[in-house]
Design a binder for this molecule. Sequence first.
Ligand SMILES: Cc1ncc(COP(=O)(O)O)c(C=O)c1O
Length: 368
Amino acid sequence: MWYAADDAAVVRAATGTPRAALPAMARGVTMGEGATPLVTCAAAGHTVHAKLDSLNPTCSFKDRGSAALVSAVADASTPWQGIVVASTGNTAPSVAAYAARAGVPVAVVVPAGTSMAKLGQVAAHDATVFTVEGTFSDCFTLAQQTAGEAILNATAVYSANPFVAMANRTVAFELLEQLPAPPTHVTVPVGAGPLLGGIDQGFREAVAAGLLDRRPAMVCVQARGCHPIVQAYEADRPVTAWTEPITTTVGAIADPLVGYPEDGETTRQAVLDSGGSAIALPDAQIHAAADDLARRYGIYAEPAAAAGVGVVEELSLDADAVVVAMVTGHGLKEPPASDGADGGLARPADPDAIAAALVSAGDGPRAA
Ligand SMILES: Cc1ncc(COP(=O)(O)O)c(C=O)c1O
């Protein structure tokens, strides 16, 4: 299932050329995806290295996989004329954007209630949007039923689209180059989990190439209102579909895995093999992490994308732990909960009111 680069390519990938780990494509459809910034913040008293995959061309980590997938589809030797993709909201605009560059038609299938900002992005790229009164799994089933010889199902789960996990390996190589010491923990918001599995595979290859003694612990984060992988991890059994109602509002990572639980099992195995853990958070903790990233660190993340920071307080970490949190999607696509929470963003303007917002009476400038 996995594409594995040879050791020489892995060394190049981990020393500044992450794409050396990807197979050469006849036609590269790229917009500079990957090579995203790593910036520090803090959570529960620990320094956290936030990997800003929210700063990819369409503002989510999905662009890593979409570039590889669309490059493959654009190759004249492949039979595909169009792409169908089920999405919780970020794969859809990502595939639509790359496919627009390649002139390949795209139809996306999303659950009703998906962020309008994300759907607006899809429409801007001239892809066709279909909504389903159901879950992401229902969307995936429809995509599978639509796929055929000329139509590729590009849904970002390992079983449908192996390009995604393959491309996500580049995160591991970038981290090895960006960090002064190798990470001990990498926290990842997870639906089915090809981001987590891909990163883990990258670290495996780095160990095999002699660049690293041991892989970091991969930490799978899900929302409590839909957490099939965490449920299986806690019960120490293979992943089965989530059959309870989905109650989380963090829709981007709400994947009940109905019909493809083995995709979640691949992720659980990566967690176990890496000595990691799987943890479900209440929505309030995820939203609080998104608020904190924006207010204290200038990082505007969508709620799901902040879950990797929100989970840090649940980990028992040594003082020398090197923790990376994947920030997977931008807040502009789905604003954190606090936006407008104080009764509206706009206030009538006058100099006194503006000054009062900046300087507390008698106290001088506000503390940072
Ligand atoms: C913002 C965000 N984070 C994380 C994920 C989880 O990604 P996956 O489980 O596909 O690796 C998604 C999935 O769409 C997402 O949109």
